[in-house]
Design a binder for this molecule. Structure first.
Ligand code: IPE
Ligand code: IPE
Ligand code: MG
Length: 225
């Protein structure tokens, strides 16, 4: 059996990890970000071609203002400090989600980061920011109507943010919670799903490799036998 081409991850459990270890949810987010770098590296090593990371959902705006501000600052510093290295390592960046709700400065750094990495081919890193699957589907239906396209699986697929990207073969959710939280509902319809007990800041390369090895042993039927 083969390795996954596309891995999607719901990086959950930062807040709980932070409260338990550092007495602050935000320090959990900061530690979680370090894990993001490690998992990107490890994905390249394992020859994964697409990595989608759920970083901020359309529902996460319900959180306290200070936590949201901290997350936005983390995103900004990630873009400032890490993009060059990612580009050098062959990573192409693509954002999915509605960026209009983000501060203008972040919108333009995201745009320029995507442009800078546009020619890269080693790994497509897809960051889900202000992403919600229900909004994505509603927008897709709107587009289909505007363009007077036929309604079928192909036109829906082509009208999603993930146009041109194969569906995830594997979804990993850390944080000991067994739900999808409005993530890629259309695209995950035949993905293998692994719910991991560890909180995201504790999830390491060995844990990742373990899931990848388990994935390889699965016989995927897609309805067939
Ligand atoms: C996931 O961790 C990161 C984001 C949603 C930004 P959480 O912040 O949801 O962590 P828990 O689930 O509260 O522990
Ligand atoms: C999902 O985690 C979103 C991200 C990891 C970015 P949440 O922590 O927001 O999910 P719920 O609200 O517990 O379902
Ligand atoms: Mg959570």
């Amino acid at each position: 059996m083969s390795s996954p081409k596309h891995v999607a991850i719901i990086m959950d459990g930062n807040g709980r990890w932070g409260l338990k270890n550092k007495k602050s949810r935000n320090l959990g987010h900061k530690t979680g970000l370090k894990k993001v770098e490690k998992i990107i590296k490890s994905s390249i090593k394992n020859n994964i071609k697409y990595l989608t990371l759920y970083a901020f959902s359309t529902e996460n705006w319900k959180r306290p203002k200070l936590e949201i501000q901290f997350l936005l600052n983390l995103l900004e510093s990630f873009l400032k400090e890490k993009i060059e290295k990612l580009v050098k390592n062959g990573v192409k960046l693509k954002i999915i989600g509605d960026l209009k709700k983000f501060p203008k400065k972040i919108q333009s750094s995201l745009k320029s980061a995507q442009k800078k990495s546009d020619k890269n081919k080693k790994l497509l890193l897809i960051l889900a920011l202000n992403y919600g699957s229900k909004n994505e589907l509603v927008n897709a239906i709107r587009k289909i109507k505007e363009k007077k396209m036929k309604i079928n699986k192909s036109s829906v697929t082509k009208s999603l943010y993930t146009k041109g990207i194969p569906n995830p073969d594997l979804l990993i959710r850390t944080g000991n919670t067994n739900r999808l939280s409005n993530f890629l509902l259309w695209q995950l319809s035949y993905s293998e799903i692994f719910f991991v007990k560890k909180m995201w800041p504790d999830f390491n390369e060995r844990d990742y490799k373990n899931v990848l090895d388990k994935f390889k042993k699965i016989k995927r039927n897609f309805g067939n036998i």
